[in-house]
Design a protein around this ligand. Structure first.
Ligand code: FE2
Length: 302
């Protein structure tokens, strides 16, 4: 084990690497990612940068006026499958609410800010603050050092994981939603706050990125549906808790199964995520998320 492997106190016993100042991955980091299907880099961004994104997300919620367009996000109910709203959010900015944010009559609980599940899916292209963070050279260097030749940012999500009501995200593979041939989908998960077991950090199954894709989320006419591909169950007995300090980024291979529990703690667990592919691979036309003529997927340039 080399000096670059760190284990911060009070975080679980998974290997951490200290991010390089320019974002470029070392051979050891690349090897770990290839073997395990994930990689944790601590100190990738500063508290000030986290605060800036958090403040901007707060502003977006406060100024978001389209009260008609409210949706509940749940990977359990699959309610979004038929939601036109989910489609509309693809290349725009949309608020999604927690299931528990509504009372029995379907009305939002009084404090709307405390009920947001996520803001998605094109913050990285539509909002200047998130755009500047998402297209920063450090991210480009990181991705290039993994061999991506034409990395394209496809979607972004600002995730709140609200105190007490932040819902569970069940085990899934991100390639379900963003499928390419060959498989180049990767997620970047930026910890805007400490993420621990208490406030429902990510969980993942190391090495399972070598297992088959279980299903795909695709367009079928005007509907969005799950297409089942492989019934292999996830070996959850091998899962690890990806507890990370604020300022970390977690890289997630598109086939790596990951999940997070409901948040029963009094703390939020805010995170910003980006999903990207290599433009050299073929992006499936069936995928739920498609670029438009006026808003094509953008490449991380340079
Ligand atoms: Fe995911």
């Amino acid at each position: 084990m080399t000096e670059s492997l760190l284990k911060p106190r009070n975080f679980s016993d998974i290997p951490f690497f200290n991010a390089s100042s320019d974002g470029v991955l070392t051979e050891e980091m690349r090897h770990f990612y290839e073997q395990e299907g994930y990689l944790v880099l601590t100190g990738f961004f500063s508290k000030e940068e986290a605060d800036k994104l958090k403040a901007r997300a707060g502003e977006i919620i406060t100024t978001f006026r389209n009260e008609e367009n409210q949706s509940i996000f749940s990977t359990i109910s699959h309610a979004q499958s038929t939601s036109e709203l989910f489609r509309k959010s693809a290349r725009g900015i949309q608020l999604f609410y927690e299931e528990e944010a509504y009372d029995q009559d379907g009305r939002l609980v009084p404090c709307k800010e405390k009920a947001i599940n996520k803001i998605s899916h094109a913050l990285h292209d539509q909002d200047p603050i998130f755009k500047s963070f998402s297209y920063q050279p450090k991210i480009r260097h990181l991705v290039h050092s993994l061999g991506y030749q034409e990395p394209k940012l496809l979607q972004s999500m600002y995730i709140y994981k609200q105190p007490y009501i932040g819902g569970e995200v069940v085990y899934h593979q991100d390639a379900t939603f963003l499928y390419t041939e060959p498989m180049t989908t990767m997620g970047l998960w930026f910890a805007l706050e400490d993420a621990t077991q208490e406030n429902a950090c990510l969980r993942a199954i190391p090495g399972e990125h070598r297992s088959p894709l279980r299903r795909r989320y695709v367009r079928q006419g005007n509907e969005l549906i799950f297409k089942e591909l492989d019934g292999t169950s996830y070996p959850t007995q091998k899962e690890v808790f990806l507890e990370v300090p604020q300022g970390s980024v977690i890289l997630l291979h598109g086939l790596l199964p990951h999940a997070s529990s409901a948040n029963h703690s009094p703390f939020t667990r805010q995170a910003y995520t980006l999903h990207l592919i290599d433009g050299k691979s073929m992006y499936e036309k069936e995928n739920w998320l498609q670029e438009t003529e006026s808003m094509p997927f953008q490449q991380l340039m340079g």
